[in-house]
Structures are given as C-alpha cells and as structure tokens.
Design a protein around this ligand. Structure first.
Ligand code: ZN
Ligand code: ZN
Ligand code: ZN
Length: 261
C-alpha cells in the first residue's frame, strides 16, 4: 500500500494519536474526506483506502448521517466518507441551534428562540417557543408560538401561507389606536393600516384624534403636547402619580398581548 496509489488531487496526511493512527485523504476544497484508523500508519492508510474504494464504487449509494450537526455535514454510514455538503444547508435561528424546516424566502428576516417571555395584557406571564418573521412583500410581522420551535415555526408558516393566499386584505383595528390593523380574512398585521387622525385617541385639549403622547393617562396632539415642566406638573397631580406613562410602562404596554389570541 503506497501513497502513490492515491489520486493526485487528494491531499493525504497521517496522524498518530493516543487511540491509534489516523490516515486522512481530503479533496483540496476540503469538502470530501476519507479516513481510516489503525494500530500503525500502514493499517490506517489501508482502512482509508478501503473507504475511498467503497465510496467510489459505482454500485455504492451513500447513506449520510448528519450526527448533531445542521450545517450540511454528513458522514456515510456505509463507506465512512464525510461530505461537508451532504445535505442542503438550511437556515438556522436561535444561534444555530434550530434549522428551519420551511423554505422561507431569502429576503425575509427570521428569528426565534426556544423560550421567550410574554406578558399578558390582563397581567401574568408565560414562556413559549417563538418564531418571528418579517416578510418584505407584503410588509408585515408574523409571530408563531408553540411548545417547541418546530411548532412555533409551523404556526408562523401557516400564518404566512394564509396571508399570501388572502384574496384581498380588509383591515380592522381590533382596539389599536396607533394605526395598526389586522386583516379580517387572513389575520395579517399591518402598521399604518389606519390613519391615526381617524382611529387615534382624542386630544384632551382640542379633541383631534392623535397617538402623539400620553401624560398621566390623557392624550395630547402634537400642537397641545405639554412641555417638560407641564408634564412634571400633570404627573404630580395625577391620582396614580403619573407612573402609568413612564417609559418602562410604555415599553411593557407595547409588548403586551391579548389573552384571547
Ligand atoms: Zn458511502
Ligand atoms: Zn388578508
Ligand atoms: Zn390638541
């Protein structure tokens, strides 16, 4: 068994490790690897040669095992050849720990996690796996939840398919006063579906519909928004001390979800 038997294109190396000698033959691009393990260099090379021979037998069909990896790598259960492109590489989320099952369009941003905290509008919290998708066409935001990332992605995928198949969106506010709306047919979310001048909250000074600012529980349009000193005075006079419109409270409100969805 001489190294000259190896095709000129393969790069070979031999490593003596504690557990035995390993012979590796690899394509220059690093994609395919044949390796053999033995008690000395010669037997290791013999094993690698057998792997190469079997892998390139016209009658052999690879049976790739990805192991714990999700980056496309696979090792053949039959000939032990490994291929860094054995599987179609799938997009991953959750720091590479979850490979998406569905073919989301490349331009759509997808993110998610195995455990996210959700605050209910009525109080209380729960944790859930979630997948969030920002499609580019149509411009919307989709969030799927489930016991696992698989379920969460499935929920998001089904919502995306409903939206893409919708015969024509018809939006309703569902109580939102910031212009956001949901399609009554496909449930698609759209920011800016409504004019805030129509669906906004009445300014306490002039009555114009607005979503400009809220101070101590009351809404003000841009023209009548209190200045810094006035805000402080209004908050000090408010029965609840004005804590209701602190930046933290506003952030939490924006994150709230209704219980019935
Ligand atoms: Zn094989
Ligand atoms: Zn729709
Ligand atoms: Zn006003």
């Amino acid at each position: 068994m001489t190294p000259s038997r190896w095709p000129a294109g393969l790069e070979t190396s031999v490593h003596a490790l504690k557990g035995g000698h390993t012979f590796v033959a690899r394509t220059p691009d690093g994609r395919l690897t044949y390796h053999g393990v033995g008690s000395d260099d010669a037997t290791a090379e013999q094993a690698a040669w057998a792997s190469y021979h079997l892998a390139n037998d016209p009658g052999h069909e690879h049976d790739f095992d990805p192991g714990q990896r999700q980056d496309g790598f696979g090792q053949c259960r039959g000939c032990s050849m490994s291929d860094t492109q054995a599987f179609e590489q799938r997009r991953t989320i959750d720091h590479g720990r979850y490979a998406l099952a569905h073919p989301w369009p490349a331009g759509w941003h997808v993110q998610g996690g195995a455990s996210g905290l959700v605050i209910r509008r009525s109080g209380g919290t729960y944790t859930t796996a979630f997948v969030e998708v920002a499609p580019t066409d149509p411009q919307t935001f989709i969030r799927g939840e489930g016991a696992t990332l698989v379920e969460a992605e499935q929920a998001a995928w089904e919502q995306a398919q409903r939206t893409l198949a919708c015969p024509g969106h018809e939006f309703e506010t569902r109580g939102y006063t910031n212009g956001a709306g949901f399609c009554r047919h496909c449930n698609m979310f759209a920011s800016g579906a409504f004019d805030v001048a129509v669906v906004g909250n009445p300014c306490v000074t002039c009555g114009a519909r607005t979503n400009w600012t809220r101070v101590a529980g009351a809404w003000y349009c841009q023209d009548h928004a209190p200045d810094r000193a006035e805000r402080a005075r209004l908050r000090a006079e408010a029965p609840d001390d004005g804590a209701g419109d602190s930046p933290l409270r506003e952030l939490l409100e924006a994150m709230l979800v209704d219980d019935d969805d």
